[in-house]
Design a protein around this ligand. Sequence first.
Ligand code: DC
Length: 672
Amino acid sequence: MFKIPFIDLPPMRGASGRIRLPGSKSISNRVLLLAGLAEGTTVVHDLLQSDDTEVMLDALRQLGCGVEADGARWRITGLGGQLAIHEATLFLGNAGTAMRPLTAALAVLAALQGGRFELSGVARMHERPIGDLVDALRPLGCTVDDLGHPGYPPLLLRGTDGGRLNVEKPIRVRGDVSSQFLTALLLALPLAARQAKVVIEVDGELISKPYVEITLNLLAQFGVDVQRDGFERFTIPAGSRFATPGRIHVEGDASSASYFIALGAIAAHGGAPVHIEGVGTTSIQGDIRFVDAAKAMGAQVRSGPNWIDVHRGAWPLRAITLDCNHIPDAAMTLAVMALYADGPSRLTNIASWRVKETDRIAAMAAELRKVGATVTEGADFIEVVPPKAWHDASIRTYDDHRMAMCLSLAAFNPLSIEPGHAIVRIEDPACVGKTFPDYFESLFDLASAHPDDIPVIAVDGPSASGKGTLAGSIAEHLGYHLLDSGALYRAAALAATMDGIPLDDEPAVARVAARLDLRFEGDRIFLRGKDVSEALRHEDAGTLASRVSSHPAVRKALHGLQLAFRRPPGLVADGRDMGTVVFPGATLKVFLTASAAMRADRRLKQLISKGINATIDSLRADLEARDARDKSRSAAPLKPAEDALLLDNSEMSIDESVELVLKWWSERRPIR
Ligand code: DC
């Protein structure tokens, strides 16, 4: 995940490939709560790992449930309907799917068994309404104190042991602000239905009905069969109790799928589709119906029980007018698809957007305008007219994961009928951690751009100048890929040695280099499937690399491999010829130098930390000899590119060097 202030998305032109979705947030948090209330242990497969589920797991731990990670699975041992701990202060972040059902469940348990539970969240959580739920719980006999503004968290839930609840009369709840209030009651009230049935009646037209369907489906899997009359009246039968299904699988998140369905509809125009795994036709999530909306706009979709393939169909996309009440979250993605449509699109019946992670109607309108769209907003609708001209834009994300994911799709502006060439800066990209921590990595895996549009920062310089450390740090700050070109020469030398090829046999080494089977996974490097990260870092590997790197044929053989690292969103390339030979058009070139004495000193410290003995004088002599050889060799001699900025870091800390290069970078890429 990118914990950085912003990420710049270059103009992108295509997408294809396979994406495995993270688990559904709605299913994950409901399953966790149900497993936490049920008797026995539930093994949960494919649980979403995100901020919102972390909040729920923490709450369950605090309440005394068993919570154990078992590889990719979780083992949750529930309370069996009996409080283990009667007092707790729970911090629930900005997770509505934790706040609402925990409020209901703990209010009911405290009223029946005695207890004192304080529930709070981040500032935005305290602006998100919960009054309709509290208004349903109080007549039932629950004691709920407002600790802040009435009708909003934080709340105190309390009661004394042996209390009773008034379940004789139907419990009434409003359904027209958020369906989560009804869901919360449905998840909690089986706890009060041991002796007599409990009836819940909905006031007003229930919104987001599909989310209530998920609740009912999961309740059934946990042994509670709720009967319903339309979406107005729900009956929990007498004698209900939560029973663990033993094991349960969480589907991929259908709302998260919407970004990749849109991606396919916009950018999969080269033959291969965007192939999405984790949800499909048998999904219990309402947002799967986003597929129909995307088809109406032109997407070509094929699907199976657990997968969806999407291609571009109609282009430009067809503008739509759609009542989006049934797909409130995924509908945000339609607002961004509307940028690529053949006319104005209007999404209606979306008042609930205003009470989500942020006021999503206002936020969406403001940010779509920045890229060039004309947007009209109303109390419960939004209308988007595609841009005539696209603008570079710095997109605010309002601590709202969906704003970040949606607006990333504006970076495909070169595909628009009025083609743009705009950079889309996403501020605080780590906010996607709420539901999809790896969103940007997944997007960049699938997206393609014209190489000239993908920024490159070249960091060249002599041995032990600190290039590697500097380049790594810059890449991390910008969320860019990193090319450690030295590692390629090291790997080529290692592979040739493994094959028993003498390193001065230039054509043979070049053949090995051209067929190098290398794979990068985070900071691990695999050669022919074997982890060689340690072996490559070794001094010997450097010495061997220095020999093979003087062969022009080897340099040529590795050229294409190095170019392939230029992928969205950008590249930081480190090595002595990055700015001169491999990426002569790099956006920024830094030539790092430091005195031989200083470099020798740094290398000495590095070696000592690895437990290797050396003397400063011999290291310095080595470096000077290497410099002389590198400068005088005929193949890619070491020299600064003409347009490189020289950075002598002899007297600078690494942080100071990084800061300076980032400053140079921001001067090169001005964005509002
Ligand atoms: O940067 P390093 O120590 O990992 O590099 C290993 C060897 O490969 C070193 O002798 C320089 C050579 N090299 C090169 O010639 N061109 C590059 N782009 C990177 C490394």
